[in-house]
Each structure stands twice: as structure tokens, then as C-alpha cells.
Design a protein. Sequence first.
Length: 160
Amino acid sequence: MKVTPARLRRFMNLWPPFLFSGVRVERIAADWRSARVRLKLAWYNRNYVGTHFGGSLFAMTDPFWMILVLECLGRDYVVWDKAGSIDFVAPGREDVYAEFLVEEAALDELRAATANGEKALRWFDTEVRTAGGELVARVRKQLYVRRKRDRTAADTAAEN
């Protein structure tokens, strides 16, 4: 069964790490170029002082750059998360949102950097904001990207 953005969104909304932390995938674009995620503030995901738990803020953003970039580049590429960081700017006291937009320039940059079989490392930034636009956190994710190596006859023979 082919994974479509709609199927992935439904699956992610039932996936226990998201379901039980209040993360809701609101939208994944049909062309895989964008996504929007909400983290609801609830009694079960508040920290000691009653604001959003930092791990939930990071988790709400965690898989999206890797998934979107992989789907945009296609299955001829290997795409992995390499590193990540989060900068907490303000306490989250209400529902927060993260939006992801894969720009064609970033894809062109990755295609060019990996054309000769080399790996590329690229950072992607996401802001976590309230509905009113208040910045709560900045998240950075570094992706490892490389074209898949062509399978040789020796590779095929080794598998048999």
C-alpha cells in the first residue's frame, strides 16, 4: 500500500508517541512540500511549572523535515536525521503550532551537492509559535542526504 500524505497524517495522529503527548498533525500537503502540526496544552503534557514540556515541543517537530525531504527527493535518496537542537524562547502556556515548508531551492541544493555520490548535511529551521504568533521555541534539524548507490552485479550475487 502506497503511503500518501493523508494516510501518513492519519497514522501519525494515532501513533502513541504523538497521541499520548497531545501532538496532532493537522496537514501534510498532497505534494509533500509542507506540513502543519499542533501541540495541545493539557494536564498530561505540562511540566513542573505548568507550561509545555520541552520534550513534547521537540517531539512535535522531530520527524517532519526528514519525511518531507525524503518524499520530495524520491526513493533514489537516503535521508536521515543527523542532529537537532532546540532553543526555548518563551514558556508555552497555550496550544502551539509548527509549520514546515520545503523550498525548491533547498531541494536543488541537495540534488547538486549529492550528484556525485557525496553526502550533504543541511540544517532546517522551524519556529514553534502560539496561534497569536508568539515565538515559543526555535528548532533546528540537520539532515544527512545522499543518493543511493547503484546496485552492482556483485551486490546482487552477494545477496543470493
